[in-house]
Design a protein around this ligand. Sequence first.
Ligand code: S3P
Length: 175
Amino acid sequence: MIVFLIGYMGCGKSSLGRELARRTGWKFVDMDKEVERECGGRTVSEIFAAEGEAFFRTCERQVLERLCGERKMIVATGGGVPCFGDNLEVMNAAGRTVYFKMTPRQLAARLHHGRDKRPILRGMDDEQMLRFIERNLATRESFYGRASMTIDCDGVSDDYICRHVQMYMDQLSAK
Ligand code: S3P
C-alpha cells in the first residue's frame, strides 16, 4: 500500500508526510526531491526555467510510475501531480490518496515565504498570489476532490491531521 498526500502548494504535504512516516515506520518520499535528483540535482525552479513546465510534468509522471511499485510508503506529491494526465487514477489504483484541504487565504498566508521556491508563484505580490490561488484552486478542486479521503485542514493542528491519516491507514490494513 502507498499513501499519496495530495493538495495545493503550502498545505503541508512534505512536513506531515515526514511526521507520518516517523509515527508509522513507513518509508517517506517527497516527489519534488525525486524529480530534482533525476534532473541532475537541479531545483524545481531551475528545471522550470531551463526546460519548461511540460518537461517537469513528464518527469513527475516518470517518478510516479516508479514509485507505484513500492510498499508501505508515504509519498508527498507536488501540488500539480493529481491534475495532469491520469496521474490521479494511477495513484488511486496503486494505493490511496489523502487530500489536505485548505482555503486560499490560509494557503496564501503559508506561502508568504515559500513563494520563491515555487516557479508558478514567482513575482506575485500578496494580493496577486491570493487571487491566483483562488482561481487555480477552483480548477484543481475537481481533481483533488476525487481523493480517497479528504481532511479539512483549516485551523487544526498537525497532530490532529496525522491522527486522522493514521486512523484511515489502520482501517485500510484491518480490511
Ligand atoms: C507545483 C507544486 C510544487 C512543485 C512545483 C509545481 C504545482 O510542489 O511541484 O513548483 O504545480 O502545484 P509543492 O506542492 O510541494 O509545493
